[in-house]
Design a protein. Structure first.
Length: 279
């Protein structure tokens, strides 16, 4: 019988009152990713500094559901923190205040009280990411949130190639810095194509994704669309478990973390309804 390890609360400089979960959206083009890094402007750093101001200068630490790369956007990133006893700020009030204080590139979509031992990463059952291609005229605005097709892509072949990547696999061929990954096996539940005018979106739903995995997968799908590799080659690359055999990584600016899910029903029901930057 498997024995679950009892969770402990992360250390704080105060007596924790409750835990709040934030659903955060942000423009990744303004930041060097989510996670705090030396000498970089990150979403986590901006958020923690702002929360610290609200809680009388106490150091607030946010636990994120994942890390997003520099330039990757998010609509439903989840993070949680332990609140101090004082000052007591109701969740609905906290959302309003944060959205006044934070830069316009970050917005809080939801604040809710969760279990004290809730963990935004370990309690997540899956995530949905969407990659956006632009097959129309490029503009200063579309260039920030989509990948412009340099030539005509065969999106039907790209969709066919994407289905090869669905399932439970060792994705070593589609991860950057494989040596830092202990277990490269993940499950992708679906990869769905959606067309909205000149934008073509591929939405990936899975139980978790490796470092730059979505961008590596998208790079392979795009290579099929241009005819640089064939659909059958994708299966061979996947089976090889060798990053050197895979096409280049897709750029960050076309990728959106759509949502982190904490129950299977919501994950299964999620469907892209419009281009991510119209949400």
């Amino acid at each position: 019988m498997r024995i679950e390890k009892k969770r402990t609360l992360e250390p704080t400089h105060y007596v924790p009152l409750e835990r709040l979960r934030l659903e955060i959206s942000y423009d990744g083009g303004c930041y060097s990713g989510w996670q705090i890094q030396p000498h970089c402007n990150t979403v986590q750093q901006v958020m923690q500094d702002t929360l610290s101001r609200l809680y009388a200068g106490l150091p607030i630490h946010l636990l994120g559901a994942s890390r997003t790369d520099a330039g990757v956007h998010a609509l439903g990133f989840s993070a949680s923190f332990l609140t101090p006893e004082r000052p007591c700020i109701p969740p609905e009030k906290l959302q309003q205040i944060l959205n006044r204080l934070l830069p316009e590139s970050i917005r809080i979509r939801k604040v809710e009280v969760v279990n004290l031992y809730f963990h935004a990463r370990y309690d997540a059952v899956g995530k949905a990411y969407t990659y956006v291609f632009n097959r129309g005229t490029e503009t200063p605005f579309s260039n920030r949130y989509s990948w412009k097709c340099r030539y005509e892509l065969d999106f039907d072949k790209m969709s066919e190639a994407a289905q090869i990547l669905v399932g439970t696999h060792d994705y070593s061929s589609f991860v950057v810095e494989r040596r830092n990954v202990e277990d490269p096996v993940r499950t992708i539940y679906s990869i769905e194509r959606s067309d909205f005018a000149n934008y073509v979106c591929f939405t990936f739903k899975g139980n978790g994704f490796l470092y730059k995995m979505i961008r590596c997968l998208t790079g392979a799908i795009e290579a099929v669309g241009y005819g640089r590799i064939q659909v059958a080659d994708v299966a061979e690359i996947l089976a090889a478990k060798n990053r050197d055999l895979a096409p280049e990584t897709a750029p960050a600016h076309g990728l959106f973390l759509m949502k982190t899910f904490f129950n299977q029903t919501d994950l299964q029901k999620f469907k892209l309804e419009k281009v991510p930057f119209y949400y």
